[in-house]
Design a protein around this ligand. Structure first.
Ligand SMILES: [Zn+2]
Length: 332
């Protein structure tokens, strides 16, 4: 029987098919640095010879896909297409789609509410067509100041009854400083405000090599998220894993993403990390992160874990059950 899948960690910026972005770019009369479609595909795909780090991966998103998605029409089509594609390719029946609305409004030239309404329209249409469950998560940005991130939290709260279910904190980990407890504490009031308003939270941390588990511990203690994006560095720190378990935090692991951005050495290290979490009772889920940017989809992520015998089929079923249990989408 084909499993119904669930994706908890997928960015709109890395999930729209190149031909859709190409069409949107042309509809908007967008000036592109390449003439042919295939050069464009190359430009917006994180091929292994082009991407050596998380920052290089993020750069492709910021330079091209987020810019092309910056209009009400573009974000509506993007959200609609991502949900439909995940269902058709991988039978993803539940999806939590994340993006930063403030990276879609051309530095305040466009009205943020128009961007958000358009994203909700795209989601609603896809849900109706495919009969799937979906929600939006708004990403705060590490490179934004407190005031801008605070506006994003307020917008998430404003639209929480329209399908915005949570917030995230995303961006570079290149400055290890970003993960220090005192820096993480700068977001404490924002996460508390979101929590009190009934929103859930997830935070990107513990992804890149060299960051250690310090960031994971600081994030759990200060920001109290329900889930953590990646968090793989915690596999090397018993105290961090103990804390993750105690606070019942679930990890959103993204295998191909970690392999492509060199966050892990290779399959062997990925296997070691996932198995360590499993053995310590840390709950993990499998996700795509950016299917088109990384040339993957949910089905292939599950196959990667299954075919490399990182987890057994029964264990994979358990990760899917956790994904449903810890989803930000209400059960009813
Ligand atoms: Zn991510």
């Amino acid at each position: 029987m084909t499993r119904e899948l669930i994706d908890l960690h997928i960015h709109v910026g890395g999930a729209v098919a190149p031909h859709i972005l190409w069409a949107i770019a042309h509809q908007h009369g967008f000036k592109l640095p390449v003439k042919s479609y295939f050069e464009f595909v190359d430009l917006i795909t994180a091929s292994p010879d082009k991407v050596a780090s998380l920052d290089e991966y993020l750069k492709i998103m910021h330079t091209w896909t987020e810019k092309i998605q910056s209009s009400p029409m573009a974000i509506e089509r993007s959200v609609y297409e991502v949900i439909g594609k995940e269902y058709r390719s991988s039978r993803v029946t539940q999806i939590e789609l994340r993006f930063n609305p403030m990276k879609r409004n051309l530095h305040s030239e466009l009205d943020l509410d128009h961007i958000i309404h358009a994203a909700i329209r795209g989601m609603d249409q896809a849900m109706l067509e495919y009969g799937v469950k979906a929600c939006l998560i708004f990403c705060l940005a590490r490179e934004f100041d407190h005031r801008l991130n605070s506006i994003i939290v307020d917008k998430a709260i404003k639209y929480r009854h329209r399908g915005v279910r949570g917030i995230d904190l995303a961006g570079t980990e290149s400055h290890a400083l970003e993960l220090k407890p005192e820096v993480v504490a700068q977001y404490e009031d924002l996460f508390e405000k979101a929590r009190k308003a009934g929103l859930k939270a997830t935070v990107h941390t513990g992804e890149t090599r060299g960051t250690g588990a310090e960031g994971v511990i600081a994030v759990i203690e200060k920001l109290k998220p329900n889930r953590i994006g990646h968090g793989i560095r915690a596999a090397y720190d018993e105290a961090a894993m103990k804390l993750i378990k105690e606070r019942d935090v679930v990890l959103e692991v993204c295998p191909t993403s970690n392999l492509q951005t060199k966050a892990v050495d290779g399959i062997k290290e990925l296997e070691h990390i996932v198995r360590t979490f499993w053995d310590r009772g840390v709950k993990v889920t499998i996700n795509t992160d950016g299917p088109y940017l990384l040339n993957t989809d949910m089905r292939r992520e599950i196959d990667l874990v299954e075919n490399n015998r990182i987890l057994t089929p029964e264990q994979i079923d358990q990760t899917l059950a956790w994904a449903r249990e810890y989803s930000f989408i209400p059960k009813s």
